[in-house]
Ligand binder design. Structure first.
Ligand code: NI
Length: 178
């Protein structure tokens, strides 16, 4: 049976804390946490989820976006579990795009993110992951890893004229879930 955990919403102090690194891989605790995160993200149709969003202050994020004909502009991102991630930006280039978050339901805001980066970390079994990515993939990684440092995307918005309710901003459009 899938386990759908409560996703904490902005205002909850745990979302503002710095999470601690995972110390041991392949443990029942880590496997259970990742299974809960996967179930919860799938249930809510999210693009990504960080452990602190379900109240677990450890450095684990998951993300992934499949090709969907309803959202032809959404770039595909491979299903990934990333533990103890480290990001290294490639170049100075940044770009603006709309973001949402399961912890900030119903809202969207434009956030500037680095366009290219390299990330490394570990999968659930402790195998090393290293990738160089750009665009939407790079954005998703930055958004999720921000959660591990207690940063929610509204804290990065510079222009609050581009922050609002998704159904008001994009009336009549089908938009991706948070
Ligand atoms: Ni988020």
């Amino acid at each position: 049976m899938p386990v759908i955990r409560e996703v904490l919403r902005m205002g909850e102090p745990r979302l503002l804390q710095r999470s601690r690194p995972v110390q041991a891989f392949g443990t029942p605790e880590l496997d259970a946490l990742i299974a809960d995160m996967r179930d919860t993200m799938a249930h809510l149709n999210g693009a990504g989820l960080a452990a602190p969003q379900i109240g677990e202050l450890v450095r684990v994020v998951i993300f992934g976006v499949r090709a969907n004909p309803r959202y032809p502009d959404a770039e595909e991102v491979p299903d990934t579990v990333l533990v103890n991630p480290v990001l290294e930006f490639i170049g100075e280039e940044q770009e603006d795009a709309w973001e949402g978050c399961l912890s900030v339901p119903g809202l969207r805001g434009v956030v500037a993110r680095h366009r290219r980066l390299r990330y490394c970390g570990f999968d659930a079994a402790g195998r090393a992951i290293e990738r160089s990515v750009e665009g939407f993939h790079a954005r998703v990684v930055q958004h999720e890893c921000d959660h591990l440092d207690g940063i929610l995307y509204p804290m990065r918005i510079r222009d609050f004229s581009r922050f609002g309710f998704v159904d008001v901003l994009f009336p009549g459009q089908e938009v991706m879930q948070d």
